[in-house]
Design a protein around this ligand. Structure first.
Ligand code: PHE
Length: 531
């Protein structure tokens, strides 16, 4: 109980009275704050039927600050009247008095004073009566004494209009004795203990009734980090759109899959120590599909598939270097290669069945087309997505860390165009609650054309970059064995950025890393993206 002493004082007060009493009156008799009495009443109510308390609200009149000033110093008009000597006062001087303006007009309409406009020394004000009765002050004094009843409604409303009185509503309780009224408060037991049962004392104890309205104690449980909550929502969006999740459980990748397979030249600045974390142990990867690796080498150094390539000396050692993957597009590359291999195997099986016994025609330059065409036989469109961690050797600041999460979507089908990419991006971002999109031409070694995606941020009132996208190059897809005519559109964005916007976090270090306040993790609500 908050204050057992106060609760007992309330009971004693009730004891003395036959009828009931208003909690406001109890507060003024005991000279404590009404809120404290309300607290005592609430705890008494929880003890059963000691008292009954009926809530009611009453209106009463209170003096405003100006009203209180008038009680002390008289009304403005009285102050003006008193300031005027028998020989009168110039109107200019009178107006300079603190109550001058209001007091002058009121005193004029009361006919207490008069204005002589034609006076030789300029407009002058004279008293018109010997003495005055300051009724405004008198009425306010009555209100202050609590004798509001002496004033009629019209009078009260006039004073209210002059902002000297205000009507306030007070919520209070009408208190009466309850069926089990007593002036002493006995502590109620909240627990039935083994000792009470053994000794039999439970028979004489009073037990506190259950409060089924009370909020329960929140159960101890684990909490998901906001990034994981937002990830769940993105995953949901992809699943709704019919995408399948790619396996992204390898943070370590070879340069081959992270860069070379994506037609990213070996001299590209991203492949520098300053941008990429290379592994020292194991420093190199050795297990590659060698025929595919040869085709990648060829397209980089000599070209092919209608491309002139980069014309440089492609080195296996560079492709072997292990690294912490810099983007999840490495996984997309592995998946597209795998897809091509599956199509190829299926296609070969059916070709063997069809062409059994037929002699093998061999044409120059026809091998590659044959491989891609065999794959074509069994190609089925796919929609893939991934959401996982990537690493970059970045300078750390409020919005950059050396590791973050990427969200990536990939669609492969015959004849997909840039229009399909824009359409799918619109569909995807609409599901995030982002409808205004703009595209800006960009460059990626593995996509052509490439587009940065901007959305209009209503809060910041400007266009902000939300992702990167493009159509994968034939130099990347054809060496894999993806059938000719199949285009692959893809896009990527970070998970951290929408999470920071969603949860109102300005510094990434408050979201990820050793400075994270765990309470932030506990208190963050689940993520709902408004679609
Ligand atoms: N891999 C790109 C990045 O790291 C994103 C991207 C994915 C761009 C797919 C185009 C296509 O920023």
């Amino acid at each position: 109980m908050a204050d057992a002493g106060l609760a007992e004082s309330v009971l004693e007060r009730l004891e003395k009275l036959d009828c009931g009493v208003d909690s406001q009156d109890v507060a003024s008799v005991l000279s404590v704050d009404h809120q404290a009495i309300v607290g005592a009443v609430k705890s008494l109510q929880s003890l059963g039927e000691l008292i009954s308390a009926e809530q009611r609200s009453s209106k009463h009149w209170e003096l405003t600050a100006e009203g209180k000033e008038i009680v002390e110093q008289g009304s403005h008009e009285a102050r003006v009247f008193n300031a005027i000597p028998t020989e009168g006062l110039s109107q200019t001087d009178l107006m300079k008095l603190p109550s001058g303006k209001v007091g002058f007009s009121k005193a004029m309409s009361n006919k207490w004073i008069r204005l002589d406009k034609g006076h030789e020394s300029g407009p002058r004000v004279f008293r018109m009566v010997e003495s005055i009765e300051d009724t405004v002050q008198d009425k306010l004094v009555q209100v202050q004494k609590g004798l509001t009843g002496k004033l009629d409604e019209k009078e009260k409303n006039e004073l209210k209009k002059r902002k000297l009185l205000s009507e306030v509503t007070v919520k209070s309780y009408w208190l009466t004795k309850g069926p089990s009224f007593s002036t002493t408060v006995t502590k109620q037991e909240t627990d039935l203990t083994a000792e009470m049962i053994a000794s039999g004392t439970w028979r004489d104890k009073k037990f506190k009734p259950y409060n089924f309205e009370a909020l329960g104690v929140p159960p101890e449980c684990g909490h998901l980090h906001p990034l994981m909550k937002v990830r769940t929502q993105f995953r949901q969006i992809f699943l709704e759109m019919g995408f399948t999740e790619m396996p992204t459980n390898n943070f370590i990748e070879s340069s081959f899959w992270n860069f070379d397979s994506l037609f990213q030249p070996q001299q590209h600045p991203a492949r520098d120590q300053h941008d990429t974390f290379f592994l020292s142990d194991p420093a190199v990867a050795k297990d590659f599909p060698m025929d595919y690796l040869e085709r990648v080498k060829k397209v980089h150094s000599e070209g092919g598939y209608g491309s002139q390539g980069y014309k440089y000396d492609w080195k296996l050692e560079e492709a072997q270097k292990n690294l912490l993957r810099t983007h999840t597009t490495a996984v997309s590359a592995r998946m597209l290669y795998k897809l091509a291999q599956q199509c190829l195997q299926e296609g070969r099986k059916t070709n063997v069945e069809k062409k059994e016994g037929q002699p093998n025609k061999k044409k120059r330059g026809g091998r590659r087309r044959k491989r891609n065409n065999e794959a074509a036989g069994k190609f089925t469109p796919v929609k893939y997505f991934s959401i996982d961690r990537v690493f970059r050797n970045e300078t750390l600041d409020a919005t950059h860390l050396a590791e973050f999460h990427q969200i990536e979507g990939v669609v492969a089908d015959y004849g997909l165009t840039l229009g399909d990419l824009m359409g799918v991006l619109h569909q995807f971002f609409t599901k995030l609650g982002i409808t205004k999109l703009r595209f800006k031409p960009a460059y990626n070694p593995y996509t052509e054309p490439s587009m940065e995606v901007f959305s209009y941020h209503e809060g910041l009132k400007k266009w902000v970059e939300v992702g990167n996208s493009g159509v994968f190059r034939p130099e990347m897809l054809l060496p894999m064995g993806i059938p000719e005519g199949v285009s692959v559109i893809a896009w990527g964005l970070s998970l951290e950025r929408p999470t920071m916007i969603k949860y109102g976090i300005n510094n990434i270090r408050e979201l990820v890393g050793h400075k994270v306040n765990l309470q932030m993790v506990y208190d963050s609500p689940i993520c709902r993206l408004d679609s």
